[in-house]
Write a protein of this length. Sequence first.
Length: 222
Amino acid sequence: MNLPEIREMKGSARNQIYENMKQWIIEGTLKPGEKISDFDIASHFHVSRTPVREAFQQLEMQKLIRSYPGKATFVTEMETENIGQWYLPMISLQQLAASMAVEKVTEEQILQLKEKGEVFSRLVESRGEPMELLQADRDFHEYILEIAGNDYIIDFCNTLWTHILRLEYRFFKETATLEESVADHQELIKDLEIRDSFTISMITKRHWERTAMEIEFLNRLG
């Protein structure tokens, strides 16, 4: 198990281990089916095995790893056979949140969303790293959820995001052009500004469906 350099992050040892390992799994540094050892991880982070086991528990709850007591722990395989089980509810929740956001959005929030859209646009233009693109895109969509202000929608979307992060990483790594995504973000901002709940729902649906279709295509390529 060859582990990369540790990314310094705020928080407890458990949180740093969790965040680093999650990113390694998303990026494919820790590959699907790879065996991982709490002893090796503890040595890499120069900590005891206690925070490692705590991080493992959180990763297992999110189905990124699977432990077999008395045997070993493995990175889970990516489930690519039926991505609709995640994207169909995600699309519906994102549509609902966008429509709710139209009724609540403030001018200050629109300015914040424009800034987030510009961050993503600059990364696309400069061909930023896939993880940077993934995070910038998620920041944009999560802010719309925040504007909508429904904690249940936020929680459900966070659960779904956990399952699709590795798929989304591949999308941002291998998709040749992301200009359509930039245009969709700009359209969503415009619809919020003019408070067009019908159009924002349709654009949200189109945006997420196109991502799902592109991922399906990448999966067929192998």
